[in-house]
Design a protein around this ligand. Sequence first.
Ligand code: SF4
Ligand code: SF4
Length: 416
Amino acid sequence: MQTQLADFIKDTPEGREAEEILRKCVHCGFCTATCPTYQLLGDELDGPRGRIYLIKQLLEGHDVTEKTRLHLDRCLTCRSCESTCPSGVHYSRLADIGRKLVEERVPRHGMDRVVRWALREFVPRSGLFGAAMKAGRLVRGVLPATLKDKVPALRPAGAWPAPRHARRMFALAGCVQPAMAPSINAAAARVLDALGISLVEAPSAGCCGAVRFHLNDQEGGCDDARRNVDAWWPAIEAGEVEAIVMTASGCATQVKDYGHMLAQDPAYANKAARISELTRDVSEIVAAERDALLAVIAERPARAELGKVAFQAPCTLQHGLRIRGTIEQLLTAAGATVTPVRDAHLCCGSAGTYSILQPELSKTLRANKLAALGEGGAATIASANIGCMTHLEAGTAKPVRHWIELIDQRLNGLPA
Ligand code: SF4
Ligand code: SF4
């Protein structure tokens, strides 16, 4: 696509990156067919090709309005369009650049501004979020349905094995997951312990930065990234850990992007690039140890069958990390019957804070996803991302579990 960037952006790193992305787009529209918001709204401007056009206009210096911002706000950043695009257009990077500029040009007002500010300030602070979750659980029975949806019942985490192996990896606790589902990282630690790897958390690491970055506080997201780099770097430099493991595919996608996020920061660029290289979704670690996993499965009798499981592949997993089919194979190896899921490429509507900011679209996408997940008669829904899990859980009576919890269940039984 031919583009004449305006002077304000032309000679900046963002301008050069945007121009390169725009040049790749041949305007074919293949991406439109797999865009969830286009499917629901039927408006070209609520699909990737239309949004690319809006961002191009913005970068060429044309006026932008609240309507431009609305079409960009409705985008889930699910990256389904990137999976479909035959030209390799990195839409999400272009969207980040465009959204930041639109936010500056068309300021928000009223509740929209307040809610976004509250989400940026509250969600990434795990201490604050944990205290609110605790309070929410105490009064869960009397909360209105919309709030009750955001307060899932607490599952026992079980014991975290003491580090005993020469192979060590960091796990990221993250921001909301320790309060919402501490069972996930504990399950990952037990599974990896059985595979000869000790998982440890660096206490001063926190939110991966995705929450603030995707609420257009991109500098705040970069600050979160810097804090995590500082928390991990001494052990990495000393060669004490071999990888950084994420149990939320959303965090894995973000941390794998630290090298890009901090590329212009001379104090952090090299360290961030190294951290990105060492970052793995937990499925990548377990898949690499598949033989060890099969051996442990063979030596430990199953205490309960996993039964039929429908796997919801988070967008960050399938489109962001491009990990497809791996978790389904691991669940099958653990004895689950994994049921097929129609339209598996489509987003469940969670998308970080999207479920709060765009509730109607989000609920429709969730209803569609739950219907698809239910078609194979699965008794359990599995996922790989805490945001998707809590979002889906609020719309179904079926148990929704992280897949690593199911593998842990197969190896060790249910945590007490
Ligand atoms: S599929 Fe790729 S090249 Fe075609 S319109 Fe979409 S982004 Fe552009
Ligand atoms: S990221 Fe998802 S919602 Fe946004 S344009 Fe691409 S396919 Fe559509």
